[in-house]
Design a protein around this ligand. Structure first.
Ligand SMILES: [Zn+2]
Ligand SMILES: [Zn+2]
Length: 263
């Protein structure tokens, strides 16, 4: 099977110190054939990631890696946006000329507050607010893939436990339908498998529902912030995709989804 990682961070993100060249070397060592870097980026001065990204440097380093590892590893230029439905025009203005391969959309903040802090409210309310914000993102932003669909659980599970899928099913369904409608796909984010959470983001119920509703576009990402974890748990995600009835995983080129058959 063609191995790929479509969610990875390096020191171009505010919360990683990993070197891109080292990540590429490790990827090759681990038998990964394609990597798409997806650094954090926000145009909102209140977002923790604001001001870190220098696109000239980022794109130059990607270009250098493409040359250095030609024939061994395909390197794509992606980005992970915070709340891309807010300040949409500012995002468009900066991103359109860059001609990136791939855009992940994320809800990391609610009302300019990190999810971790938004949790201090009642549990159903916090999750409801999160999924509601996700709906707005999917309805009104220029993205390719929804990152870590049920991210709220990453911050909630320890103290408050996991959410009950059925309690949010209606809202989740609205998000998925809107995504399918607008040709926006979903990732299986494996980061949760490497923490006490012990599950992917999203959970299997959401992946199943996405399939049931006719969703096709699926990527796999480690959401790694280190050299060591590049491509981590790819096979777990692949099995999950297969179990849910998917026959393809996607790569992207200049924002165009390209199916890769699951073997
Ligand atoms: Zn991060
Ligand atoms: Zn994220």
């Amino acid at each position: 099977m063609y191995l790929m990682d479509y969610h990875h961070h390096t020191n171009h993100s505010f919360d990683s110190t990993a070197s891109m060249v080292e990540v590429c070397k490790k990827a090759i060592e681990n038998g990964i054939q394609e990597i798409c870097f997806t650094e954090h980026f926000s145009v909102n001065p209140l977002a923790p990631t604001y001001g870190h990204m220098v696109f000239d440097n980022y794109l130059r380093e990607i270009h250098d890696c493409q040359e250095q590892f030609q024939g061994q590893l395909i390197v794509k230029a992606g980005i992970e946006l915070c709340e891309p439905h807010l300040l949409k025009d500012q995002y468009d203005e900066i991103l359109q000329p860059l001609n990136l391969d791939f855009i992940l959309g994320s809800v990391h903040n609610l009302n300019n507050q990190k999810l971790r802090l938004a949790l201090n409210e009642d549990q159903p309310t916090a999750y409801e607010r999160y999924f509601n914000e996700l709906y707005h993102m999917v309805s009104d932003s220029d993205i390719d893939i929804i990152a870590h669909f049920d991210l709220m659980k990453r911050y909630a599970y320890k103290e408050h436990g996991l959410y009950v899928f059925q309690e949010h099913q209606e809202m989740i369904e609205q998000v998925l339908k809107k995504a399918i409608d607008r040709n926006i796909g979903m990732e299986i984010n494996t980061s949760g498998l490497r923490t006490g959470l012990k599950q992917t983001l999203p959970s299997i119920e959401i992946i199943q529902l996405y399939k049931e509703l006719g969703g096709e576009i699926l990527t796999i990402g480690s959401d790694s912030h280190t050299v060591e974890d590049v491509g981590a748990n790819f096979n777990d995600a692949l099995s999950l995709a297969k179990d849910c009835g998917f026959n393809y995983i996607y790569t992207f080129e200049k924002r165009k989804p390209i199916p890769v058959r699951i073997q």
